[in-house]
Design a binder for this molecule. Sequence first.
Ligand code: F6P
Length: 340
Amino acid sequence: MKIGALTGGGDCPGLNAVIRAVVVRGASLGHEIVGYRDGWRGPLEDDRFDLTPDRVEGILATGGTILGSSRTNPLAEDGGIDRIGENMAAAGIDGLIAIGGEDTLGVARALTDVGIKVIGVPKTIDNDLGATDYTFGFDTAVNIAMEATDRLRTTGESHHRAMIVEVMGRHAGWIAFHTGMAAGADVILIPEREFDVDEVCRHVENRFAAGHAPIVVAAEGAMPIGGFPETADDSTDAFGHVRLGGVAAWLEREVKERTGRDARATVLGHIQRGGSPTAFDRVLATRCGLHAVAAASEGNWGTMAALKGTGIEMVTLAEAVDELKTVPSSLYAEAEVFFG
Ligand code: F6P
């Protein structure tokens, strides 16, 4: 069989581990693996190259993706889906392994609906895909953000400042929640729950009163009650997402004004997505790749490799993109015990 592989959406540590697993296992099963460049742009423009076990030697531990990525959306292009089908047929590609988050997998599902064979592998540092317990990339992002927050704590203590850390997470606060829990944050702000800025300032003052530098971890999608108009930029990508950012800077100003104490904002941004994956992410990514190739060999198209407990199971692509997984309020309450 000839299988095309692509990585779409925001990159994350572990993508290369999946590609390696798909290529090595694919070759041992007698399949030819072709890499499409830059997400859905590859099959749309028929931009591809052959992937052999030699080509993927040594990439397991590397960040990024050797295939490149983009947020190209074939559903937003006139005749995009048909073009992908025609290009695949002309190149003799039997099916695709699409490694991506909700947007990439949403396209995969639409392709499946018109009879194009696709298998999904879930990735996102945001960990917000409903059908899988964890996505690779998330553990690495949390470890990076935790280490950064630990470092911010020591400089905050020296200068008696409130330190506000902005992490990624548009609609789901998983990175903020886990980072805050792991780094012992005094306040964690997530998109799932609008925050009261007075309450945040009360926690900040309590920590100062106890002789400590307060740490606030905020997801980029966190909003004050009644809404927060600031975005880094009003432009949207091909999937209609606004570029977020600005909550930490806004909070820095509010904390200074309302408490009279010094504060500093740090936006971790794409540092969370770069570099080598953790052991957990390397193993999860590798296992997802192996199961995706196995599913292709069995003709189990239209499915996605999902982590359920400690096992990998194939779920339908429809199930995979059905619902965004957000932080439940009962879990958030566990972190709230440590606020202020
Ligand atoms: O989808 C993953 C993600 O890292 C989000 O957490 C973040 O909002 C977004 O991508 C950033 O996208 P870009 O790389 O296009 O700036």
